[in-house]
Design a protein around this ligand. Structure first.
Ligand code: CP3
Length: 343
């Protein structure tokens, strides 16, 4: 079994820097589009055989060191009582967003055994089919990112409704975050019990907050989720997109490995986080569309900044763009393996 990724998460010495990519499965791959043309995204997520097949596509095509479950951070919202839709071109929409106390009261907190059973079945199938080739990462949205979708009803630029509730209806905000965190914890615990060997918590939209607001309104909940997984013993990767200003607090919230985006240099980020944690990142996903020589320079630059310290997992600073070409993604993975191979 290739356990380079898991050993790097534990900051053990490894033969080369392991690499996987956020959104490594998806629309840039013809294998994915073959299935996608005949089905909606949600149908694909809810069919365990299909979800397992798509999870394995990048493992087969890219030689990455980990698989990430094909699913979405918004899937548990349905079990909480929300109607989620993925519209063409506009991203996700929630038809009944949270606007009042009543909306918060009706959020259902399902026990571990009842949340998205189709996701857990997909995990069991992947583990069987992957037969130990690489470890499987499970994931969830972090409390702020999920709550912001529930309040805004979809993607947002300024998070005005979200901040209005956070500052203007504190009790409601804390009740909402408390329920969302308990759902995320149950969802992740179920994933580990089904076979996920590491967990990534995606705080994709938290970069809209400053340090003070993160500390007061968000950190306790991310901490609760991460602490609640400790007894299961799997590594936790905590990724805060656009979170360069928040790094010390993201670390304080928890995680064995801190994921960073491309806006900050990896050496600077790691020094601030501290070498008692691993780091994941951080090439700009747009580099996949750059000339090969630029890609090479940037891969080398990141590896140099990591200085062969134990605990670096190579990744993009955010998800693969759908405009990327498979051969360029393959080239990136190969470069990381080649340039990082230890003597
Ligand atoms: O990384 C992987 O390969 C695993 C699969 C995965 C998906 N979504 C599949 C997906 C993961 C880890 C996610 C997480 C996710 N989903 C996040 C956190 C990561 C991030 O990007 O910050 C967020 C914010 C979402 C919510 C979401 N889902 C959005 C905003 C969109 C629309 C994006 C777009 O470009 O249209 C989705 C849909 C989605 N999730 C797709 C995939 C492959 C595209 C669906 C399609 O085929 O149309």
């Amino acid at each position: 079994m290739n356990d380079v990724f898991l050993r790097a998460c534990r900051r053990e010495q490894v033969e080369y820097t392991p690499v996987w990519l956020m959104r490594q499965a998806g629309r840039y791959m013809d294998d994915y589009m073959k299935i996608r043309r005949r089905r909606s995204f949600l149908e694909m997520c809810k069919n365990p055989e299909i979800a397992a097949e798509i999870t394995l596509q990048p493992v087969n095509r890219l030689n990455v060191d980990a698989a990430i479950l094909f699913a979405d951070i918004l899937l548990p919202l349905e079990d909480m009582g929300y109607e989620v839709e993925f519209t063409k071109g506009e991203g996700p929409l929630i038809n009944n967003p949270v606007r009042s106390g009543n909306d918060v009261e009706r959020i259902r907190v399902l026990p571990e055994e009842e949340i998205t059973p189709y996701v857990m079945e997909a995990i069991r199938l992947v583990r069987k089919e992957i037969a130990g080739r690489v470890p499987l990462i499970g994931f969830a949205g972090a409390p702020f990112t999920l709550a912001s979708y529930m309040i805004e009803g979809g993607s947002s630029r300024d998070y005005l409704n979200c901040k209005k509730m956070m500052w203007g209806a504190k009790d409601l905000w804390h009740e909402l975050m408390s329920r969302v965190s308990r759902v995320i914890l149950n969802y992740l615990r179920a994933q580990v019990k089904a076979g996920a060997q590491a967990i990534q918590l995606f705080d994709s939209w938290v970069g809209t907050l400053n340090r003070e607001d993160y500390r007061e309104y968000v950190m306790p909940y991310s901490k609760l989720v991460i602490q609640g997984l400790k007894d299961l013993g799997v590594p936790i990767i905590h990724f805060a997109n656009n979170g360069s200003t928040l790094l010390e607090l993201v670390k304080e919230a928890g995680g064995d490995v801190i994921g960073i985006d491309w806006r900050i240099n990896l050496d600077e980020a790691w020094a601030r986080i501290g070498y008692d944690r691993g780091i994941q990142g951080n090439i700009d996903p747009a580099v996949l569309l750059a000339p090969r020589q630029i890609m090479e320079e940037k891969v080398k630059d990141i590896l140099n900044r990591a200085e062969n310290r134990p605990g670096h997992i190579f990744n993009l600073g955010h998800g693969v763009h759908k405009e990327s070409r498979v051969e360029d993604v393959q080239a990136l993975v190969e470069m990381v393996h080649e340039y990082s191979r230890r003597a």
